[in-house]
Design a protein around this ligand. Structure first.
Ligand SMILES: COC[C@H](NCc1c(COP(=O)(O)O)cnc(C)c1O)C(=O)O
Length: 323
């Protein structure tokens, strides 16, 4: 990619002994929860903003977000000295707005879901010189995200048998697919995880086209795009790499977050818990038993992270889900 001095950091691939012991598989974790704003978003969002700033078309950043894309946009804008306005749906907790203000971003709350916040961001960014930053639907975002696989391929030396990733609007999945094609992993199956109630990819696969969910009813609010970006359906049909979409419940996603905090002392969102549930709720083992996966002795889980979580929020989830 043409961007100099990147704003995202290289993150470790950790061979997880607790998760490997639990499953009998070699479980590797790409710790993108360690990105400065708290999620993998920093890769694609900062890449898009830097590319625009290098082309001189960026005097004000407008980003609608469930939270993490907004935090990444605010982080990148602050480091680049560009004014930034983030539009949050009402479902985003107030502490996110506080974090954004610390990053000198202007915060507007608008709409019940991401898709409504997006409309206001698009409106505001019509002013000349402004840059609208989508949360997931842009090739520059996918190009930035693909760096996580280029890094992982160098760090792991060997190809994993499976890659696990969460799906909201599909930007992360797009970036992972593009990275996998770059490093020659286009024969490694991708298990694409969603929660029931944020299952826009599952709905699109079943309908054979992009469909719009009536609402987001999952606790994994940052998987909460009502519809996926169309290009992931192309990737799904091309099956290079093959994509297997799986759903877990909110309880399984939150339970995975709790177990992950005990096993590795990281706090992550249910959006990330959906991917970890592929291990903790034995989704991978079941796919192997069903013959949908031929090999699963080594699994790379993309730990996408998420900052819309805290120790008190986690305690409340434990009570709510009787964990
Ligand atoms: C409504 O929200 C969309 C987007 N979150 C997206 C997101 C995803 C899914 O990534 P995607 O598939 O949307 O590129 C996974 N894991 C985490 C922690 C995320 O924050 C946002 O923050 O604006």
């Amino acid at each position: 990619s043409t961007v100099r001095d990147k704003l995202y950091i290289e993150t470790p691939v950790l061979h997880s002994f607790p998760l490997s012991d639990l499953t009998g598989m070699k479980v590797y974790l790409k710790l993108d929860n360690l990105q400065p704003p708290g999620s993998f978003k920093m890769r694609g969002i900062s890449h898009l903003i830097q590319k625009a700033a290098q082309n001189g078309t960026c005097e004000h950043v407008y980003c609608a977000s469930g939270g993490n894309a907004g935090l990444a946009a605010a982080f990148a804008s602050k480091q680049l000295g560009i004014p930034c306005t983030i539009i949050l749906p009402v479902t985003t907790p107030a502490f996110v707005a506080d974090s954004l203000k610390v990053l000198d971003a202007e915060v507007r709350v608008h709409g019940e879901v991401y898709d409504e916040a997006k409309n206001l961001a698009l409106e505001l960014s019509k002013q000349c010189g402004s840059l609208y930053v989508p949360a997931f639907e842009h090739p520059d975002i996918w190009e930035g995200h693909s760096s996580m696989i280029v890094e992982a391929a160098r760090q792991m030396q060997v190809k994993p048998d499976v890659v696990v990733v969460s799906v909201g609007g599909g930007g992360l999945l797009n970036g992972v697919i593009q990275g996998m094609r770059q490093v020659g992993w286009d024969d490694v199956p991708v298990v694409a995880m969603e929660t029931h109630g944020a299952h826009s990819f599952d709905a699109a696969i079943k309908a054979g086209e992009v469909v719009t969910l009536p609402a987001i009813t999952s606790v994994a609010k940052t998987l909460g795009a009502l519809s996926v970006t169309p290009s992931i359906l192309e990737y799904y049909k091309e099956a290079k790499p093959p994509i297997i979409n799986c759903l877990v419940t909110d309880k399984e996603a939150v339970s995975a977050c709790v177990k992950f905090s005990d096993d590795h002392r990281f706090l992550v969102e249910p959006a990330c818990g959906a991917s970890l549930a592929a291990i903790y709720s034995e989704v991978i083992l079941r796919l192997k038993e069903e013959g949908k996966l031929t090999k699963a002795s080594s699994v790379l889980v993309i730990v996408c992270g998420g900052a819309i979580v805290s120790s008190s929020v986690m305690e409340a989830w434990k009570l709510q889900y009787q964990l």
